[in-house]
Ligand binder design. Structure first.
Ligand code: GTP
Ligand code: SPV
Ligand code: MN
Length: 588
């Protein structure tokens, strides 16, 4: 049974069928009856395990292959006709070569298997933001995750009508060969081909591949923005809500900030925090000339380790039902799950993420550092009432941030939009387990988009500057934060998590003209008295220490920025080079 008569869709599916040669084809309508059947099938083959129905209703556990646990940036390609259009920060392959190479790998890849057709929208169908995608996959795990993470079903095909404008995604798990693993984006063809992986961002094609890599390219051409950002709302005691977006690199705190619990001083006063999104924001200029954002996703694909009742109770509640856990510990005593940092009681009778009998006493980690939960957004106790608003929410401030043990202060404000774009373009962060490769190495990660920008990074910066020109005096203010500054022993100096709201309150206060700021070589800093420390075990000197700007460190950073900019050559907007020169002068 097909969910559409659209000849472009049907023609493409026939072509892909002829290539991968599945035994059968099933359209996913997203109905619970269909998904129940697929869950049962996945459990019968061992692909998933059903967890304790009383303690974790509707929850399942999945383990990927131990070599397939994170995004593979080295195997991810942007396939544009001209190499310069992918730019120096992306791996590039000629589209013809990519189709040929992958075509051979896909040939017959679904023999003996079922091909599932997943029609979905990113953003609410009917919304001015909405875009349609179809993913073909031979993995039930992918189907079930996509049904949590995106809006799947017949509505997507209604939204498409007879238009050819949809993103064509093909995924085959094949044999997980590492040398033949490819995640290829073809932005000029609205196409994604992924083969030989079964993990998260490599295979849930609506997420990073579409909503960031393909969408960033569409956004540049159509005059909007696709960003690696959370969206949250802060409601004041008078019932007015202001919205903020924040771009942090993978595993640097987006999910945590998006659902933070206000510290007592704010909770008692009647402030509330609402989560609109935790990973991706699509932004466009609204009829009122302001910047509006939607979360194009429908669920959270969150980092499990470190999530606990204290750090992020809302995330914990979100993954208490209808959730798929990937690569966490299986507690055999009560058929539940566990991960490092959940609580102080690791199970003794358990299976680790590799599927081995595990006993924490040997000192090894039970859950993979990049283990994840896939949870419906509507499970979140603080999900915003505007989550389903097809118009999105108006943005007051944009925040950039990363993991910097030293250089970056707790928070600073850019002088204007262009300086803010410079601040975003100059972001750097220590690498995390969200991508395969070394962890803890500082690398430049502009706007947290290094692995996700689907075109030339220089053109991307130019697009940011252009958006600012269009927004004019309605542009959100731009900030930079760093929750991860450490002392000599490597201890975090800032409590982080819910207490990050103290910094957000300074940011909103600045947007409302409530606070003055202190000019510094890198931008505007808060006055120590303007960040509320009530209830914290922290002195004003401690805070002052978090706000210092060490010129020597910043001169080193400026050199790193210059080196990075040099790679972009003449695609780097002049305006940003001018901003760099200002910084260099200021920190001399
Ligand atoms: P992706 O889903 O990969 O894009 O990650 P994310 O940006 O949503 O990161 P997430 O919120 O899942 O946090 C990742 C890790 O950072 C977790 O281990 C958190 O415990 C830790 N973390 C988050 N916020 C803070 C903070 O304010 N301070 C400190 N010290 N750690 C934090
Ligand atoms: C990230 O790595 O930024 C994630 C997880 O959000 S993944 O979906 O694997 O990209
Ligand atoms: Mn992410």
């Amino acid at each position: 049974m097909s969910l559409t008569n659209n000849k472009y869709v049907l023609g493409w599916i026939e072509e892909m069928k002829a290539l991968v040669k599945p035994d059968q084809v099933i359209w996913i309508d997203g109905s619970n009856q269909q998904l129940e059947q697929l869950r049962a099938e996945a459990c019968s083959t061992g692909e998933m395990e059903k967890l304790n129905e009383e303690k974790l209703p509707g929850c399942y556990l999945h383990r990927t292959a131990p070599t397939d646990v994170a995004r593979v940036e080295g195997r991810t390609f942007i396939c544009t006709r001209k190499k310069e259009d992918a730019g120096p920060t992306n791996n590039w392959m000629d589209p013809k070569e990519a189709y040929e190479t992958l075509g051979k790998l896909y040939d017959g890849a679904m023999k003996g298997r079922t091909m599932y057709i997943i029609p979905y929208t990113m953003a609410h169908s009917g919304s001015p933001f909405a875009k349609v995608g179809i993913e073909l996959t031979d993995s039930i795990y992918v189907v079930l995750n996509m049904c949590i993470m995106t809006r799947v079903g017949p509505k997507a095909m209604e939204q498409l009508g007879d238009s050819p404008d949809f993103v064509k995604g093909l995924h085959a798990k094949k044999d997980l060969s590492e040398k033949d693993k490819y995640i290829c984006q073809f932005p000029e063809d609205n196409t994604i081909w992924s083969i030989n992986s079964g993990y998260g961002g490599n295979v849930l094609l609506g997420k990073k591949c579409f909503a960031l890599r393909i969408a960033s390219f569409q956004a540049k051409n159509e005059g909007w923005m696709a960003e690696h950002m959370l969206i949250l709302g802060i409601e004041n005691p008078q019932g007015e809500t202001k919205y903020i977006t924040a771009a942090f690199p993978s595993a640097c705190g987006k999910t945590n900030l998006a659902m933070l619990i206000p510290p007592e001083i704010y909770a008692k006063a009647g402030y509330k925090v609402w989560c609109v999104g935790d990973d991706i924001a699509w932004l466009r200029i609204g009829p009122d000339g302001r910047l509006w954002a939607v979360n194009p996703e429908y669920g959270f694909f969150g980092v499990a380790p470190g999530t606990n009742a204290k750090s992020n109770p809302n995330a914990l509640a979100s993954c208490s039902r209808g959730t798929i856990f990937t690569n966490v510990v299986h507690n055999l005593d009560d058929n539940t799950v566990w991960w490092e940092g959940l609580d102080k009681n690791p199970p003794r009778n358990a299976i680790n993420w590799k599927g081995e009998k595990w006993d924490y006493t040997d000192g090894s980690k039970g859950a993979h550092p990049n283990s994840r939960f896939t949870a419906p957004a509507k499970n979140c106790p603080c999900i915003s009432p505007e989550f389903d608003n097809p118009q999105g929410v108006p943005i007051s401030a944009i925040i950039f941030g990363g993991r910097r043990a030293k250089t970056a202060p707790l928070v600073y404000e850019s002088r204007d939009w262009a300086h803010g774009v410079f601040v975003g373009s100059a972001m750097a962060s220590e690498t995390t387990a969200a991508a395969s490769g070394a962890v803890g190495v500082v690398r430049r990660d502009p706007m947290a988009m290094l692995p996700f920008c689907g075109y030339n990074m220089g053109d991307y910066f130019a697009h940011w500057l252009e958006m600012g020109e269009k927004l004019g005096d309605k542009a959100p203010r731009i900030y930079n934060v760093n929750w991860f500054r450490t002392d000599e022993e490597g201890h975090f100096l800032w409590p982080g998590f819910g207490d990050n709201m103290r910094v957000l309150m300074w940011i909103l206060g600045r947007c409302e003209g409530k606070f003055d700021a202190v000019e510094s070589p890198i931008g505007n800093l808060p006055k120590v008295d303007d960040i509320d420390l009530t209830g914290l075990d922290m002195t004003k000197e401690d805070l002052a220490n978090l706000l210092t700007v060490d010129k020597k460190l910043w001169a080193e950073d400026a050199a790193g920025i210059r080196e990075f900019y040099a790679k972009l050559g003449d695609r780097l907007p002049k305006k940003l080079m001018e901003e760099l020169e200002i910084l260099e002068n200021n920190v001399k």
